[in-house]
Design a protein around this ligand. Structure first.
Ligand code: GAR
Length: 201
């Protein structure tokens, strides 16, 4: 069975969606560990509650991003991780981690990429006056939210939407497409050619 690691920084509702899919039995992966760069992340409590090994590793005590990522890789190797999920992980992945896990890191982002990458994707869409936004699951490359797209879903923006109301509706979709993308990866149904991800039927 594929061992996955979930990297988090905060609330962990996407982590919870993965846990729920695994516990429901349709997502056949093992959540081998949860790694947080934030000691206070509620995601760590979710991991504890479900007996998932978890660790807090702060980049602040390392001389460089590379040293920080080497520490993460050491832990990932120990847990025999084959796929990394960024679920609300607020660090840009560096070349050390990327080359240790090429095409084996997946991120969830709260907009229809390539629109509104980076922080506060939902607010960016609202401020821009977009009529539709959504959620994207993609492989991670060296850019910020630029890697090959696996799944996307659109969410209509309503006239009276606030950042909070839009984020809430987008989150509902995130919780569906992230476990689904992990399922497809675990079933070896994703192939990448250039920027395109092909989903094998
Ligand atoms: C989610 O909306 C996720 O898409 C976003 O952070 C939130 C984390 O929520 N990620 C990014 O903005 C990454 N650029 P969660 O901790 O409840 O899963």
């Amino acid at each position: 069975m594929l061992n996955i690691a979930v990297l988090v920084s905060g609330r962990g509702s996407n982590l919870q969606a993965i846990i729920d899919a695994v516990e429901a039995g349709w997502l056949k992966v093992r959540i081998a560990c949860v790694i947080s760069d934030n000691q206070e992340a509620y995601a760590l409590k979710r991991a504890l509650k479900h007996n998932i090994p978890n660790i807090f590793i702060t980049p602040n005590i390392f001389f460089s991003k590379s040293e920080y990522e080497k520490k993460i890789i050491e832990y990932l190797r120990e847990k025999e991780v084959g796929l990394i999920i960024l679920a609300g992980y607020m660090q840009i992945v560096g070349s050390t981690l990327l080359s240790a896990y090429p095409n084996k890191i997946i991120n969830i982002h709260p907009s229809l990429l390539p629109s509104f990458p980076g922080l506060h994707g939902q607010k960016q869409a609202l401020d821009y006056g977009a009529k539709v936004s959504g959620a994207t699951v993609h492989f991670v490359d060296k850019g910020c939210d630029t890697g090959p797209i696996i799944l996307q879903v659109g969410v209509k923006i309503l006239d009276n939407d606030t950042e909070e109301s839009l984020s809430k509706r987008i989150l509902v979709e995130e919780h569906k497409i992230l476990p689904k993308a992990i399922f497809l990866f675990a079933e070896e149904r994703l192939t990448i050619s250039g920027r395109k991800v092909h989903i094998i039927d």
